[in-house]
Ligand binder design. Structure first.
Ligand code: EPZ
Length: 425
């Protein structure tokens, strides 16, 4: 397996182009299953998860083609005929978003057989909300040998679905299913992450009728059929937030190009509270820190527009060298603290108390060999390595490649001493 090596201690300075958002690109790809016409997606990030989901779409009968651009790809998915409505374990166990084909398949083909999902091991991650929602829309659901079998022989029917928990994946799935259902579906307590809005806008371009985009109540009036469209994937607010934290950690100055500050406003507020300078311009965000130590700052992860769980690990890395004690509370996933023991290898002082981590800032981190446990945790280890004295080696880099495009190249261009060693065969 590849490893990433970092010699820490350099300030980051420069411009980083932010890629298309993984968590918008993946559901957008599944939306292509709703129509027999081509869906073209611009600003696609080059990520392992995108390649894995492409394989699944191809197995279901979609033709996936890619035009490689200089900075981003343009992908066209043409699901003219759905050859199979079975999403196999081998693929769905690798990435959770592939479970989301459930909604489009049952809506268009009136049946689907989708393996229970995998993805990052950050908690129990159940699928009860997807199942209850589809049942309310008239689907019959059985769980057989690890597969969710959904059948709606007469098609899905509109329904009012109030989710007890805000779920990004259930919102994507039910919203897509509702676009082709008979009648009106109202999703109450829906997730309103910017990626949901992006998918909703693409569905509207495909002919769907959706009201309430950007709010927690989505009203979807089903239509007979959807058509093809061309859509540009929004910028990745989590990638942007990660580099913003890296800039603050190294006392550098970075301009994040192509991202709107309001998509990660909560992270910007917390960075400012900690002492970083953040200025949001149109289509770019500048992050700088003057070299003084940051202030310890508390954070609670919340659904959008709150502080995202997907930046919790990176923020914890930042707090390891802040002045004072910070309390980091994780409210979305119950097991998203696996980076704590790896950060300890750098000399960080962190103790865990249920859903809270107490971080006591130390003066300096020291480079160490570490192991990435999940996607965002890997980014936290890179951030710690950038600031640590000496060399850091990050193992299990495949987690990073799932969600960060060319991270070594982007950081290297800003002066980081970082390189990848390819696995020797
Ligand atoms: C999405 O996961 C993201 N994944 C995650 O990003 C992100 O951390 C998460 O939303 C929260 O923002 C993608 O977009 C591909 P949820 P998802 O359903 O949809 C509970 C990353 O690093 N829940 O919003 O799986 C669940 O257990 C990843 O890019 C139920 O109880 O998350 C959790 O506590 C990791 N029943 C909470 O809801 C259900 O049926 C929120 O999860 C579904 C979810």
């Amino acid at each position: 397996m590849d490893t990433i090596h970092i010699r820490g201690g350099r300030r980051l300075k420069g411009t980083i182009p932010v890629s298309g958002a993984k968590n918008a690109a993946l559901p957008l790809m599944t939306a292509a299953l709703l129509t027999d016409e081509p869906l073209t997606l611009a600003n696609m990030p080059r990520l392992a998860d995108v390649r894995t989901l492409s394989k699944l779409l191809a197995a279901l009968g979609g033709e996936v083609s890619i035009d490689r651009g200089e900075d981003a790809d343009v992908m066209t998915v043409h699901a003219k005929d759905i050859r199979s409505t079975t999403a196999p374990y081998e693929i769905v166990s690798q990435i959770r978003a592939s479970f989301w084909v459930l909604g489009p398949l049952v809506a268009r083909c009136r049946e689907a057989k989708v393996s229970l999902p995998g993805g990052c091991a950050i908690g129990a991650r159940p699928v009860d909300l997807y199942i209850k929602g589809l049942q309310k829309m008239g689907a019959e659901i059985d769980l057989v040998e690890g597969y969710v079998h959904a059948a709606a022989p007469d098609g899905l029917k509109g329904a009012v679905i109030r989710s007890p928990v805000v779920s990004v994946g259930a919102t994507h799935t039910l919203m897509m299913a509702a676009t082709l259902a008979d009648g009106v579906t109202v999703l109450e307590n829906a997730a309103r992450e910017p990626e949901i809005g992006d998918v909703a806008n693409c569905l509207v371009a495909m002919g769907a009728k959706i009201e309430g985009i950007g709010t927690s109540t989505l009203r979807i009036e089903g239509v007979e059929r959807l058509h093809g469209a061309t859509h540009r994937v929004i910028a990745d607010r989590i990638e942007a937030g990660t580099y913003a934290i890296a800039a603050a950690m190294t006392g550098g100055e970075i301009v994040l190009e192509g991202v709107e500050g309001e998509t990660f406003g909560a992270a910007i507020s917390v960075l400012r509270a900690a002492g970083a300078e953040v200025e949001s311009e149109q289509g770019a965000v500048r992050v700088a820190r003057n070299g003084e130590r940051l202030q310890a700052t508390d954070v609670v992860t919340q659904v959008f527009p709150g502080f995202p769980t997907d930046l919790q690990a990176q923020f914890m890395a930042l707090m390891t060298t802040a002045d004072g004690e910070s309390e980091i509370t994780e409210t979305i996933f119950e097991n998203r603290f696996m980076h704590v023991q790896e950060l300890a290898r750098f000399g960080a002082d962190i103790s865990l108390h249920g859903d809270k981590a107490l971080v006591r800032g130390v003066e300096k981190l020291k480079g160490a060999p570490v192991m990435a446990s999940d996607l965002r945790a890997s980014a936290a280890l890179i951030i710690a390595g950038l600031a640590a004295e000496g060399e850091t080696i990050v193992n299990r880099v495949y987690h990073l490649d799932r969600g960060f495009e060319r991270i070594e190249a982007k950081l290297g261009a800003c002066g980081a001493d970082i390189w990848r060693e390819k696995e020797k065969h």
